[in-house]
Design a protein around this ligand. Structure first.
Ligand code: NAP
Length: 252
C-alpha cells in the first residue's frame, strides 16, 4: 500500500501545527481525518486540502472523552478507509506557578494531552494491527525538559515521550512505529495566547525565545509538519520509539 491509499488522523487540526500537519500529510497523498473540538472549526483545513485535490473529512470530538475519541476514529475509518497514521497533536496550556496552579489547571492539561492521546491511540491501533502497518506520532515539546510555570504541561509532554517508547515496544511486532516530535517555540495561537497571559507583546515573546534558538528564527508549523511527514513515511520504517527535538538547536 502507498500513502495514496492510506488514511491519517490528525487531532487539533483546525489550526496551528495540527493544520500544517494535516496539509502536509494530504500533500504526501494521505486521506486525512481532521479532528478538533468542533467540526465547523476544521472547515479551513478541509477546504485547503480539497483545493489541492486531496481528500479530508472534518470530525468534531473532545479527544479526552472515551466515547467521542472512539467515535471519531470509527467515523474516519468508515468514511476514508482504515487508519494508517495517527498524529496526537491536540493540546492546551494552563500555565501558572505551582503555588497558584488550580486542580483544574492540572487535570485539564493531563486529560487532553495524556488521556486524549491514550484514547485516540487505543481506538486507532486496532485498524493498524489489522492492516499490519501503522505510524503513531505524538507531539511532545521542549517543555518536557522542564519549564517555569508549566509543571502540568512539562509533566504531560515528558509523559508522552514515555508513552511513545512503550507503544513502540508493544506494537512493533505488528509493523507499527511510534515516535515523538518535540517542538521548541513555534508561532501559533498557543504561543500568542501565552504572551498575552504573561502580559507582554508577541514581538517581545518572540525576541525572548530567539535568545535560546541558535538558528535565529522562531519555528513555523511547517517545520513540525515536515518532521511528522518523515516519521509517517516508508523511509522511517525502521525508526521507532524516538524523540526528535525540532527547536532550531540542540535539546534533549
Ligand atoms: P493551538 O494553535 O492552540 O491548536 C491546538 C488545537 O487543539 C486547537 O484547535 C484546539 O481547539 C484543539 N484542542 C484542544 N483541546 C482539544 C480536545 N480536547 N479535543 C480536540 N481538540 C482539542 O496549538 P499549537 O501551537 O498548534 O500546538 C499543537 C501541539 O503542539 C500541542 O500539543 C502543543 O502542546 C504542541 N506544541 C506547541 C508548541 C508551540 O510553540 N506552539 C511548542 C511545543 C509543542 P480549541 O482552540 O477549541 O481549544
Amino acid at each position: 500500500m502507498s500513502s495514496t491509499q492510506r488514511t491519517a488522523i490528525v487531532t487539533g487540526a483546525a489550526r496551528g501545527i495540527g493544520a500544517a500537519i494535516a496539509l502536509r500529510l494530504a500533500k504526501d497523498g494521505y486521506a486525512v481525518g481532521v479532528v478538533d473540538l468542533h467540526a465547523d472549526k476544521c472547515a479551513d483545513t478541509v477546504a485547503a486540502i480539497s483545493e489541492m485535490g486531496g481528500r479530508a473529512v472534518a470530525v468534531g470530538a473532545d479527544i479526552s472523552k472515551p466515547d467521542q475519541a472512539a467515535a471519531a476514529v470509527e467515523t474516519i475509518a468508515a468514511q476514508l478507509g482504515g487508519v494508517g497514521v495517527l498524529v496526537n497533536n491536540a493540546g492546551i496550556t494552563r500555565d501558572n506557578l505551582l503555588f497558584k496552579m488550580s486542580d483544574d489547571d492540572w487535570d485539564s492539561v493531563i486529560e487532553v494531552h495524556l488521556r486524549g492521546s491514550f484514547l485516540m491511540t487505543r481506538a486507532a491501533q486496532r485498524h493498524m494491527v489489522d492492516a499490519g502497518w501503522g505510524r503513531i506520532i505524538n507531539i511532545s515539546s521542549t517543555s518536557a525538559l522542564g519549564a517555569r510555570g508549566q509543571v502540568n504541561y512539562s509533566a504531560v509532554k515528558a509523559g508522552l515521550q514515555g508513552f511513545t517508547k512503550a507503544l513502540a515496544i508493544e506494537l512493533g511486532k505488528f509493523g507499527i512505529t511510534a515516535n515523538a516530535v518535540a517542538p521548541g517555540f513555534v508561532v501559533t495561537e498557543m504561543t500568542r495566547a501565552s504572551a498575552e497571559r504573561i502580559g507582554i507583546s508577541f514581538d517581545e515573546q518572540v525576541q525572548r525565545a530567539l535568545t535560546r534558538i541558535p538558528l535565529g528564527r522562531p519555528g513555523r508549523p511547517e517545520d513540525i509538519a515536515n518532521t511528522v511527514s518523515f516519521f509517517a513515511s516508508e523511509d522511517a520504517a525502521f525508526v521507532s520509539g524516538q524523540v526528535l527535538y525540532v527547536a532550531g538547536g540542540p535539546r534533549g
